[in-house]
Design a protein around this ligand. Structure first.
Ligand code: PLP
Length: 407
């Protein structure tokens, strides 16, 4: 499907897929393409200026995370690279341990990697299930941990439902058996407050483009004292932990994005959350046989995932796009295939509902007019698709086994 580009009349509610780079971020980056183009490692003024700016950016990011030391931040080429670095490093540094514990609802950046490690015989993987609300099965988690566990990798917040995981507790439990604890916090950073120095989290992944920063830049937080084997070897950049000339403009953009996220954090919890809640309530009241997936009481303030039963998410998105409204079915990575999202399947959401799940994800750039537009546009779209759906006509028979909480 072809999407028209952003215009004032369009409504963008797909911020968990990517965010608009903040104009202040772009402004902060620009000088580092032209005037301040030096290589941060060079022994002259051109390099030193850039090196200093990178230092300031690193501090801003460390502050957003509540990290104790600036050098706990290692820049990467994005969230995916940070996840790979953490997991592959642990398999090398944790001698005598070859097991990985993760959850069934991780991002493909983790799940595809661990499946490959298992298939090639490099690791044994325990995939911990979740319940109908997407919450981790704590008993299964406890049982999977052992003196063979090299690393636990469990996300801070789920990208499709927004469900938040008790990562501080999970990290303590991992340390109880001597395992490292990594969290993919790509969706959580900038949306909920963090204070890493007061937790036992060893490593954390984040990505610039999910918090109004540039694409292709991310970072891995590595707690001081935790050994790291680099994924990419070469020069001595990032204290030998990630080789390759620093992407100075992107690093500086990410620093600016971090500072802006910290300044807007309270707004995320109040105004943005209120927009999300009003949309959710408005849709559930107007559209029958629809329900919210995920842990409603414990999720990101910007995310809601609504299952519209008996219709196809792809068809819904197509009609929404005609109205200039952008959202997502499950995750961008799963759309295009006929299988519903692995996250909703892990939660045992019936196929008839999982197929019609739409994720609406807000940012500080959304306003009341966006919510009004979507509340008005959705009911006729859903009605039109249900009129054409054979599953809708047979619906009574199919819901018997599942009891979602309707509005
Ligand atoms: C987007 C995302 C990633 C991947 O980050 P990139 O910077 O796009 O590589 C990883 N994990 C989660 C939870 C994400 O939402």
């Amino acid at each position: 499907m072809t999407m028209s580009s952003a215009s004032p009349e369009n409504v963008y509610l797909d911020n968990n897929a990517t965010t608009r780079c903040d104009p202040d971020v772009v402004a902060a980056m620009l000088p580092f393409f032209t005037e301040q183009f030096g290589n941060a490692s060079s022994m002259h003024a051109f390099g030193a200026e850039v090196g200093n700016a990178i230092g300031t950016a690193r501090r801003a990011l460390a502050d957003l995370l509540g990290a104790e030391f600036d050098h706990e931040i290692v820049y990467t080429g994005g969230g995916t690279e940070a996840d790979s670095t953490a997991i592959l490093s642990a398999l090398e540094t944790q001698t005598g341990r070859n097991e990985i514990v993760t959850s069934a609802v991780e991002h493909p950046a983790v799940l595809t990697l661990v499946a490959h490690l298992e298939k090639t015989g490099r690791a044994k993987v325990h995939v911990i299930p979740v319940d109908a609300k997407g919450r981790l099965d704590m008993d299964a988690y406890r049982k999977a941990l052992s003196e063979r566990t090299a690393i636990v990798s469990i996300m801070w917040a789920n990208n499709e439902t927004g469900t938040i995981f008790p990562v501080e507790k999970l990290a303590e439990m991992a340390h109880g058996v001597g395992a490292l604890f990594h969290t993919d916090a790509v969706q959580a950073v900038g949306k909920i407050p963090m204070d890493l120095k007061s937790t036992q989290i060893d490593m954390l992944s984040l990505s610039g483009h999910k918090l109004h920063g540039p694409k292709g830049i991310g970072a891995l937080y590595v707690r001081k004292g935790v050994r790291l084997r680099p994924l990419i070897r070469g020069g001595h950049q990032e204290r030998g932990r990630r080789a390759g000339t620093e992407n100075a403009p992107a690093i500086i953009g990410l620093g600016k994005a971090a500072a802006l996220a910290a300044a807007h954090m309270a707004e995320e919890q109040t105004r943005v959350k209120a927009l999300r809640d009003r949309l959710e309530k408005g849709l559930l009241q107007r559209i029958s046989h629809s329900f919210v997936t995920g842990d409603v009481d414990n999720r990101l303030p910007n995310t809601c995932n609504i299952a519209f039963e008996y219709i196809e998410g792809e068809a819904i998105l197509l009609l929404m796009n005609r109205e200039g409204i952008a959202a997502s079915s499950g995750s961008a990575c799963t759309s295009g295939s006929l299988e519903p999202s692995h996250v909703l399947r892990a939660m045992n959401v019936p196929y008839t509902a999982a197929h019609g799940a739409i994720r609406f994800s807000f940012s500080r750039e959304n306003g009341d007019a966006d919510v009004d537009r979507v509340i008005e546009a959705m009911p006729p779209i859903i009605e039109r698709l249900r009129d054409m759906s054979p599953f809708w006509r047979e619906r009574e028979v199919r819901t018997a086994a599942f009891n979602p909480t309707y509005a």
